[in-house]
Write a protein that binds this ligand. Structure first.
Ligand SMILES: [Zn+2]
Ligand SMILES: [Zn+2]
Length: 365
């Protein structure tokens, strides 16, 4: 094959187009992957709606992907020192360019806030090369962290969680769940469903999921949710808060994790958090507007701890993979995959995701 195909999002609200690229070659220290599957996630919908500030249009979407190594630019190894050779089935940490030497990296130790940080399929331009997964090939830049899928974890199980798995893992780490806590998860997309699974492994005795639509809540129950509330059946936020309180001795969740993408969920979630509880906001990855909270009632008097959670680091991807492989029988993440689409039908995948007709959609080039 002398040319390979990719799907390009030219800009907000513009129709997707197909673009041909020359067959890429691995740079020294880099690699070329033959794409097996890439994901369609809520971020891609927000990108297309223009909700993310600094996008270098045009863009090849697809930030979390699995591929087969076609070529490496010299010897490559994973963090354990194991060689990564052509033929290996790998995913990669979609973030690159973290400098390791700026104030954010060294003093604050918050690599996800490094100003040099870039993300495949989100902050990479289609003019730079094949740096998104909705394409037949993915160029792995030198320094990008490749990791083989652990034994026992199928491509489909990993991609069922997709970017939601390390994001949900990070949110659970930020949540500091104690053994025996009751956790409430707002949102039943891949981030919320992953947080539901990892919260149980982190010691939650009960997890309640507040979300929609019904098919996502069915997956939530299959992943161990003790009870689910379909927000489309109760439109009054006060009644939804009452639903949580009825199941938590009138107090609210010890920990509440927000994974909705809707700002209105935040004051509601604070009402669902018990006094001196903890509230983690992970679902507001894009800017979709402001919302009012009452600092006295929601925070100060309630003695609530409020934590934000931005992106994930390699450690979250690495450990999420290990846990997904170890608990692959208990948490069948492949259940999240509703449909797969060839490149030519990527627009349909985006539309289905936008209208929540699918839990997780995959592009299989
Ligand atoms: Zn994503
Ligand atoms: Zn830095």
């Amino acid at each position: 094959m002398s040319q390979v195909r990719a799907v390009v999002m030219p800009g907000p609200h513009l129709p997707l187009v197909e673009r041909l690229y020359p067959e890429p070659r691995a740079l020294p220290g880099g690699a070329v992957l033959e794409t097996i599957v890439s994901e369609v996630c809520g971020t891609d919908v927000h990108l297309h709606r223009g909700h993310l500030g600094t996008v270098p249009w045009p863009l090849i979407p697809g930030h979390v992907s699995v591929g087969r190594v076609l070529e490496t630019g010299g010897p490559l190894a994973d963090v354990e020192g194991h060689a990564i050779e052509p033929g290996a089935i790998v995913t990669f940490y979609d973030v690159f360019g973290i400098c390791g030497s700026c104030w954010h990296c060294t003093v604050a130790k918050a690599g996800t806030r490094c100003p040099s940080r870039r993300v495949y399929g989100i902050t990479t331009s289609a003019d730079e090369g094949l740096l998104g997964g909705w394409a037949e090939r993915i160029e792995i830049r030198p320094g990008v962290r490749l990791v083989a899928l652990p034994e026992g974890l199928s491509v489909e199980a990993f991609m069922g969680g997709g970017c939601g798995a390390p994001t949900g893992f990070h949110a659970v780490e930020r949540a500091g769940i104690a053994l025996g806590d009751t956790v409430v998860v707002q949102g039943s997309g891949p981030v919320g469903l992953s947080a539901l699974a990892f919260a149980q492994l982190a010691g939650a005795v009960r997890v309640l999921v507040v979300g929609a639509p019904a098919d996502r809540l069915a997956v939530a129950r299959a992943l161990g949710a003790d009870d689910t509330l379909d927000i489309t059946t109760i439109s009054d936020p006060a009644q939804r808060v009452a639903w949580v309180r009825e199941r938590t001795h009138g107090r609210g969740g010890d920990v509440v994790i927000e994974a909705t993408g809707n700002p209105k969920a935040v004051p509601e979630g604070l009402e669902m958090t018990r006094d001196a509880g903890r509230y983690v906001v992970v679902g507001q990855y894009t800017d979709v507007g402001d919302v009012a909270i009452n600092p006295h009632r929601h925070l100060n008097r309630r003695h609530v701890e409020l934590r934000g959670c931005w992106g994930y680091e390699y450690t979250h991807l690495h450990r999420a993979l290990l846990m997904m492989a170890r608990h692959a029988e208990r948490f069948r993440f492949e259940q999240l995959i509703s449909r797969e689409y060839p490149l030519a039908r990527a627009a349909e995948a985006l539309d289905d995701m936008e209208h929540a007709r699918v839990v997780k959609a995959l592009v299989r080039p």
